[in-house]
Ligand binder design. Structure first.
Ligand code: ADP
Ligand code: TYD
Length: 208
């Protein structure tokens, strides 16, 4: 049996992760049927706490948030029922919308990049991606896409934050990208162009 592969999608909000990862799931599903799709933050109890912090129902602090995302990720990897290793060990390919590069990008500079990378080594040791697709779009393009689909946006604050997140992604990819086979995709091309690129790489990886 061929080894099952772990495929990750990364990028800022609105970069096209859900759109392309759903298309990829459908295409692999029609070819092999052997595919599981998942996301972070997860819908586990830890993920539920994270969502309540993100939508400001629970007040927290940056270090606690960083640690909660790490706990959510460890459960996402190792949970004996829903964990990704479980699926991979059964021979199913796994697609995840976000993984530890999201932590590198979203928790810096509140936490140092060194801290976040070191803390996530426990995850990298358990499960490294076979490939990470990073969708590169500008903060302006993200704002354009999100403002048409999400109503409550503080445009200025969010754009500033997105620009920092983009810088962090690029720095993290420079530092860690080779180890995780990160491929940078121009996320401002059309959906069809992007999907063709992603499919060309993935079909070779999965040998289908
Ligand atoms: P993410 O999951 O990264 O937040 P989505 O896939 O939800 O991003 O896309 C955000 C919005 O942008 C959606 O309305 C989607 O239809 C649109 N979109 C996605 N990819 C593209 C693209 N390549 N060009 C233009 N619009 C896109
Ligand atoms: P997500 O559910 O992908 O957001 P949306 O569906 O609204 O695009 O992720 C929620 C937020 O969590 C997103 O802004 C990125 C952030 N995040 C972190 O801050 N750290 C992490 O480790 C991860 C996985 C996500």
């Amino acid at each position: 049996m061929k080894k099952a592969k772990f495929i990750v999608f990364e990028g800022i909000d609105g970069s096209g992760k859900s759109t392309i990862s759903n298309m990829l799931f459908e295409k692999i599903n029609t070819h092999t049927g052997n595919i599981y799709k998942t996301f972070e933050p997860t819908d586990s109890p830890v993920g539920a706490v994270i969502k309540n912090i993100l939508n400001k129902r629970i007040i927290s602090d940056d270090k606690t948030i960083g640690a909660l995302f790490l706990a959510d990720r460890l459960d996402h990897i190792q949970n004996p029922i829903s964990g990704m290793l479980n699926y991979l060990n059964k021979g199913m390919h796994v697609i995840s919308d976000r993984y530890y590069y999201s932590s590198y990008a979203y928790h810096v500079p509140m936490l140092s990049m060194d801290w976040v990378i070191n803390a996530n080594k426990v995850c990298a040791d358990l499960l490294r991606p076979d490939i990470v697709f990073y969708f590169d779009i500008s903060a302006d393009e993200s704002m354009r896409r999100l403002s048409s689909s999400r109503i409550f946006l503080d445009l200025f604050e969010t754009k500033e934050k997105m620009a920092q997140v983009i810088l962090n992604y690029k720095e993290a990819i420079k530092r860690e990208g080779k180890k995780d086979n990160v491929v940078i995709i121009d996320g401002e091309k059309t959906v069809n162009e992007i999907f063709d690129e992603v499919w060309e790489i993935t079909s070779k990886l999965l040998e289908i």
